[in-house]
Design a protein around this ligand. Structure first.
Ligand code: HEM
Length: 237
């Protein structure tokens, strides 16, 4: 019995490893992890927009999110694993792609790459840098340590005040706006290609997916950018 379970486990991990080693498998990994990250981004935007509802609403929301530690850490683990797999698969696929191209074009010494691929890689790298700064600023609270001491009248961490103080710095706000613009550009290609990798490949579906991805990307950009813009213009204070 134990031997059967062991051999089942071994063949399952064998299948997973073979899948990971193939380009197609890596594309699946990129698609699934990309869609997980996309779902997080949509949820995060909806939560952040509570800044327009008021201090009580957003501070209460932030407190509820952090109150269930097992759930919070499970979600963080899923996000972290998704980011790592997404980045590793992307860089390995880009490497394979470059090598194949170099062989194909070695006669002409041309190193080409499509615009979509180039922007996906560059925007992906800027987003990674942005997320590291963002976590340092608003989660680890190490960019400005005084954020840790901000407390509202009900004794909760004053996330509302922290966001206002953060975005009153125009350099920070502009950096956020550029980063979310690149994130939207990344998603406008990424979401459609994730569904294509998972099998949505007919011409009609492809066309619809591209349009929906573009609309979603524009809405996400407008939503995220509205927060620093509202703080800089004094709409939220
Ligand atoms: C204007 C745009 C954004 C605002 C105002 C914002 C705001 C915040 C705030 C206030 C927190 C800390 C929550 C808390 O500790 O209570 C946070 C955490 C976080 N944000 Fe954002 N965010 C923005 C954009 C983004 C984007 C575009 C991404 C991803 C690409 C992102 C990823 C994260 C992550 C991963 C966390 C950590 C969540 C955790 O604690 O586990 N954020 N954000």
């Amino acid at each position: 019995m134990a031997a059967t379970a062991r051999s089942l486990r071994a063949s399952f991990s064998g299948v997973l490893m073979r899948l990971w080693r193939s380009s197609l498998g890596k594309k699946y990994v990129m698609a699934v992890t990309g869609l997980i990250l996309f779902a997080f981004v949509v949820g995060h935007l909806l939560g952040n927009l509570l800044i327009f509802a008021g201090r009580t609403q957003i501070n209460e929301y932030a407190q509820v999110l952090k109150s269930n530690l097992p759930l919070l850490w499970s979600a963080r683990l899923v996000l972290l694993v998704s980011v790592v797999l997404h980045v590793v698969a992307a860089s390995q696929l880009a490497h394979t792609d470059r090598r194949a191209r170099r062989i194909r074009y070695s006669k002409f010494h041309i190193l080409d790459s499509t615009l979509a691929n180039r922007t996906l890689i560059v925007s992906g790298l800027v987003i990674l840098g942005f997320v590291i700064f963002h976590l340092a600023q608003f989660t680890l609270l190490v960019v400005d340590r005084s954020y840790a001491t901000l407390v509202d009248a009900a004794g909760r961490h004053d996330v509302h005040r922290m966001m206002i103080e953060g975005f009153q710095n125009p350099v920070v706000s502009v950096f956020y706006i550029i980063s979310v613009a690149l994130l939207s550009l990344h998603l406008s290609h990424g979401v459609a290609s994730s569904f294509q990798s998972l099998g949505a490949r007919s011409k009609k579906i492809e066309w619809n997916l591209k349009r929906v991805s573009l609309i979603v990307a524009i809405v996400l950009f407008a939503g995220f950018a509205s927060i620093p813009v509202a703080v800089l213009t004094g709409l939220v204070k």
